[in-house]
Write a protein that binds this ligand. Structure first.
Ligand code: 5AD
Ligand code: SF4
Length: 446
């Protein structure tokens, strides 16, 4: 008989957004009392969880090819008299659960994003080979109530406050996979933040598909104020936001609350008013530019990040040029850009005028060249400045530390004395497209 308390190896592969990164951490927390220890390799894992993403076709395809690769590991382990439980979690599990069950007999368990607190029970059931492989739906609140205390593994942490989306952008599967908007009660969020702070966390990133649409008994701005009142928490960030939820109160907080970091991820998707309307984004380009103007008026150094889709159905060259112009006008510190990918069941998938892959490819190349140049220029503009850097760990080379600037840049700097969680002034001496290099300023002696 196997010892139920003997360490078992757990491998989790995370695809997609920060929400999945958060969920993977929570799955690890739920499984650790059962003796599961995280391993970096799937080859020898007792339990493999693929935490999947359904947002674009490519992300979904990856899941099926990964399942194919896992099959070989599972067969080898079975030949050695050991088992391997394969669980598929995340949005593909939610959206295509039945299909996975039918297509992939090696998968033992399919579990949707709201049922992670049931994992111990579901894994035990899979081991009994009951033949039941699909976990039923539960509500988001039930999941949050049942998850164990957090075990953060650093000085920065995600904190999920909101799930799901009611916006129904015509290209997006999220309202179908993650369901209706749900906000956690304010008291629960603050309790989790306090517990993270007590465990050494200094920077919290609030997460939600529409995080600034939060309505858990307080406005999002009120929640930020409460959080800023916790003494251990030095820095607050949030993502992902929707432009129409950027209230005056929230924008002015960026000017008045020093713990709120001067960095905002605010997806714009397109610079063309006609395309924005077809996307059902509920605002136009002028509205977006106005938010940015007001944000920069209260916080002149605010760095912007965004999401952009090229080749939405019907997008002409001229409409794409409107996106390029918006990017030139706003200037982003970083950005995610994608080719439009038709998702089954979404309105845009059956719209007329689907754009050829060739045109999408060309537009993406042009857009990314512009965005990369802006990102590189933004990083280069920090050289010579002294930035407060939150120390997060060891750097690339011996004698170096790694940290984060207020603008979410990675900073590698020469020092050995700073401890994780300290916020130290670092003089920036170099930059690349993705990170900064620096050193602690030498203090002048009197
Ligand atoms: N095709 C391409 N990109 C998409 N996104 C969402 N749905 C699609 C799609 N069907 C992008 C949006 C969103 C980000 C998370 O993914 O830009 O903000
Ligand atoms: Fe998707 Fe739009 Fe909701 Fe964002 S706001 S999750 S893009 S439907």
């Amino acid at each position: 008989m196997t010892d139920a308390r003997a360490p078992k190896r757990l491998f989790i592969e995370t695809y997609g957004c920060q929400m999945n990164v958060y969920d993977s951490e929570r799955m690890r927390d739920v499984l650790s009392p059962l003796g599961y220890v995280v391993t970096k390799k799937p080859d020898d894992a007792d339990l493999v969880i693929l935490n999947t993403c359904h947002i674009r076709e490519k992300a979904t395809e990856k899941v099926y090819s990964e399942i194919g690769r896992l099959r070989a590991h599972k067969e080898r382990r079975q030949a050695e008299g050991k088992g391997m439980t394969i669980a598929i979690a995340g949005c593909v599990a939610q959206a295509e659960g039945e299909e996975i069950i039918a297509r992939a007999p090696e998968v033992d368990l399919v579990v949707g994003p709201q049922a992670y607190h049931k994992l111990p029970e579901l894994i035990a059931r899979a081991a009994r080979k009951t033949g039941e492989r699909l976990a039923a739906d539960f509500t988001a609140q039930e999941k949050f109530d049942a998850l164990p205390a957090r075990a953060p593994d650093g000085v920065t942490a995600f904190l999920s406050i909101q799930e799901g989306c009611d916006k129904f952008c015509t290209f997006c599967v999220v309202p179908y996979t993650r369901g209706a908007e749900f906000s956690r009660p304010l008291a629960d969020v603050i309790a989790e933040a306090r517990s993270l702070a007590n465990k050494g966390v200094r920077e919290i990133t609030l997460l939600g598909q529409n995080v600034n649409a939060y309505h858990g008994g307080a406005t999002f701005a009120d929640l930020l104020s409460e959080l800023a009142g916790l003494s251990g928490i030095a820095r607050i960030r949030y993502m992902t936001s929707h432009p129409i939820e950027m209230t005056d109160e929230l924008i002015s907080m960026h000017g008045s609350e020093p713990k709120l970091m001067p960095y905002l991820h605010l997806p714009v998707q397109s610079g063309s008013d006609r395309i924005l309307k077809a996307m059902n984004r509920k605002h136009d380009g002028a509205f977006y530019r106005d938010i940015i103007g007001r944000l920069r008026a209260v916080r002149p150094d605010a760095a912007l990040s965004t999401d952009i889709i090229v080749g939405f159905p019907g997008e002409t060259e001229k409409e794409f040029e409107a996106t390029m112009q918006l990017v030139r006008d706003v200037t982003f510190a970083s950005a995610f850009s994608f080719k439009y990918s038709a998702r089954p069941g979404t309105p845009a998938a059956s719209m007329m005028g689907q754009v050829s892959d060739e045109a999408k490819h060309e537009r993406l190349q042009a857009l990314q060249a512009l965005l990369f140049a802006q990102q590189t220029a933004f990083n280069a503009a920090q050289v010579g400045r002294t930035l407060p850097v939150l120390v997060t760990g060891d750097g690339r080379r011996p004698g170096q530390k790694h940290g984060r600037s207020p603008y979410l840049q990675s900073v590698h700097f020469n020092d050995t004395s700073a401890r994780n969680g300290d916020i130290v002034d670092v003089r920036i001496t170099g930059s690349s497209q993705n990170s900064l290099a620096g050193e602690l300023p030498v203090l002048a002696t009197a």
